[in-house]
Design a protein around this ligand. Structure first.
Ligand code: GLP
Length: 253
């Protein structure tokens, strides 16, 4: 794991966006795995700015998002499809036909999950997977006790995850109980992984992911077994790492 600790959340967003852009420049027909959540909003703002500055084109890119709420149609304002359209896809030159999310409102979500896993394989697999981190250690919507070899499937969300995400449901609705998510195994198949975490609320999960035992208790800890994983953290998210000084020393900037 390469663990980069930067001063501010803003610096984290800029670095993550820069890594995504340089990856796409190196391989214009790359397959990106994309993520949602509050942390990604500022990352995507930076990606859009790089695109507008002419520094990166997504015209040849295919993307697969990690997850989607079951039961929400794509035009629902709280769906991840809606999030991705508004916060990224509408502002870059990606071909909408190649920007994939699982369909949350399909009559048979389990069939959607199976087809999604197959579509990732058919596209040649994911080159770079972007990840946030749940305060409980989840990646995608792979909650604690998720099989570390799981593939795309339905998951029941933890109460703590639904509470954390209720801030995106301001109109009295509650987050759905079920989601379709890439599995931990799906994520581990990506050739490269980039996890972004900021803020003190993530510090315990970050410490477990980086320094704890590899365990389904903290699903992100499986990234210790990935050959090419980069974590970009701010000081607050890195605040509970025993190896903080060492990590600052090996990657000073
Ligand atoms: C959500 C998403 C995850 C995301 C995580 C962190 O539940 N399914 O993919 O990484 O929670 O979200 P945030 O950045 O809002 O803390």
């Amino acid at each position: 794991m390469k663990v980069l600790i930067l001063d501010t959340p803003d610096a984290v967003s800029a670095r993550a966006a820069g890594l995504i852009a340089s990856h796409v420049r190196d391989k214009p027909d790359t397959v990106l795995g994309l993520a949602t959540g509050g942390t990604m909003e500022t990352v995507y703002d930076r990606v859009i700015a790089l695109h507008r500055a002419g520094e990166v084109s997504f015209a040849g890119v295919t993307s697969f998002n990690l997850d989607e709420y079951v039961g929400l149609p794509g035009d629902h304002p709280r769906s991840y499809r809606h999030y991705m359209d508004r916060k990224l896809f509408d502002h870059i030159d990606i071909d909408p036909a190649r920007a994939h999310l699982p369909r949350g409102d399909a009559p048979d979500p389990e069939a959607v999950a199976r087809a999604y896993e197959n579509a990732i394989t058919a596209a040649g697999g994911i080159d770079l997977q972007l990840l946030g981190l749940g305060a409980n250690g989840h990646i995608g919507f792979n909650e604690p006790t998720s099989s570390l070899t799981s593939i795309t499937r339905l998951k029941t969300l933890a109460r703590s995850t639904r509470d954390a995400n209720s801030r995106f449901f301001p109109d009295g609705e509650t987050p759905p109980r079920l989601a379709i998510t890439m599995g931990v195994g799906t994520i581990m198949q990506a050739r490269e992984v980039l996890l972004v975490a900021t803020g003190e609320a993530k510090a315990q999960a970050v410490a477990q992911v980086v320094e704890g035992a590899v365990s389904a208790r903290w699903p992100g800890s499986i990234l210790q077994m990935h050959r090419h994983a980069t974590l970009v953290l701010d000081r607050a998210a890195a605040g509970r790492l025993e190896l903080y000084d060492y990590l600052m020393d090996v990657h000073p900037e």
